[in-house]
Ligand binder design. Structure first.
Ligand code: ADP
Ligand code: F6P
Length: 324
């Protein structure tokens, strides 16, 4: 651990998420307010290894709180999983006078932060991912915007699906987690919600549900399918063949990661960015910021990575109860 923090750096890593800019702004301005120097590392751990490092002033983060993406750029840097590159990263930090790094990203990014912390660079992670798949926190930056973007797109598909009396399978992002799918399932009033954590690949059950719904007079059948299950296009073909109901697949894709962050994402990102700087100033390292039961808190990265997160049974049940 560095004796005294004089310079902190900030980087964004892994998939980008709306609200990352608000978090960068908060890290930069909090650190400067506390009398620190701040550097921005571009393109995640790639930028660290390539010494793509810039000085950050309060004005560098003007007018970005409302913008999607990340002004620092992001990347997946596979080299950084190797000890030799982690060592090189720590040496580059020392060369640039960087005592600590705030890493905005997901679980993978925290492993990189953990490696740097073991090599004497103070690190604090901030949860930035649309997937909401970080176990130690109830909230991840980007989820709220992504789920609202997906919800609006699904409303539009639902309009045309109803007009044509079709079945629609809409695939949403989330990697191996079903949170975006669950939230859209409820918010869009879907007839079926398929989550990687729950789906038993019983397609016949979905087919029977569509046939039953038709008999009851429903003019559309909306199925939200999570990316972690995938195969929406082939699923649509099989369902159409089995039910005789015209079925279309729509994969929403990267649109879910873009766009202006919602107030909620800006707000949480701003608090979490400031919190990360402040706990680093208290001498903490190898930590990740979380929001749990209404309070902002922090966890040891190792402990955080061991935690498990499951889909809430009751919420999943409600998603189905409401489709009668
Ligand atoms: P996320 O941070 O959103 O989970 P990734 O899993 O893609 O995204 O991880 C982002 C980056 O974090 C990787 O490209 C790599 O640079 C770094 N990273 C991931 N796993 C490790 C690891 N085991 N050790 C060191 N760095 C890692
Ligand atoms: O983690 C965010 C996310 O958008 C996931 O939902 C998705 O599985 C993944 O990133 C896609 O990553 P990439 O940008 O590398 O295609």
């Amino acid at each position: 651990m560095a004796d005294e923090i004089k310079t902190v750096a900030v980087l964004t890593s892994g998939g980008d998420a709306p609200g990352m800019n608000a978090a960068i702004r908060s890290v930069v301005r909090t650190a400067i307010s506390r009398g620190l120097k701040v550097k921005g590392i571009k393109k995640g751990y790639n930028g660290l290894l390539n010494e793509d490092i810039i000085d950050m002033q309060p004005r560098n983060v003007s007018d970005i709180i409302q913008r999607g993406g990340t002004i620092l750029g992001t990347a997946r840097c596979l080299e950084f999983k190797k000890a030799e590159y982690q060592k090189k990263g720590a040496e580059i930090c020392r060369k640039h006078g960087i005592d600590g790094i705030v890493v905005i990203g997901g679980d993978g990014s925290y492993r990189g932060a953990q490696a740097l912390s073991r090599l004497g660079i103070n690190t604090v992670g901030v949860p930035g991912t649309i997937d909401l798949d970080i176990a130690c926190t109830d909230y991840t930056i980007g989820f709220d915007t992504a789920v609202n973007t997906a919800m609006e797109a699904i409303d539009k598909v639902k309009d045309t699906s109803s007009s044509h009396e079709r079945c629609s399978i809409i695939e949403v992002m989330g990697r191996n987690a079903g949170y975006i799918a669950l939230w859209c399932g409820i918010a869009n009033g879907a007839e079926d919600v398929l989550l990687p954590e729950k789906y038993d690949f019983n397609e016949q059950e979905i087919i029977n549900h569509i046939i039953e719904s038709r008999k009851k007079g429903k003019t559309h059948h909306l199925i939200i399918n999570a990316e972690g299950i995938g195969h929406s296009t082939s699923m649509a073909r099989r369902i159409e063949a089995a039910t005789g109901v015209e079925t279309r697949a729509t994969i929403l894709g990267y649109m879910q990661r873009g766009g202006n962050p919602t107030a909620m994402d800006r707000y949480y990102a701003s608090i979490m960015g400031a919190y990360a700087v402040d706990i680093m100033l208290q001498g903490k390292t190898n930590r990740v910021v979380g929001y749990r039961n209404g309070v902002f808190t922090d966890f040891d990265i190792e402990d955080a990575l061991k935690m498990q997160k499951n889909i809430d049974e009751y919420q999943f049940e409600v998603a189905h109860l409401l489709t009668v």
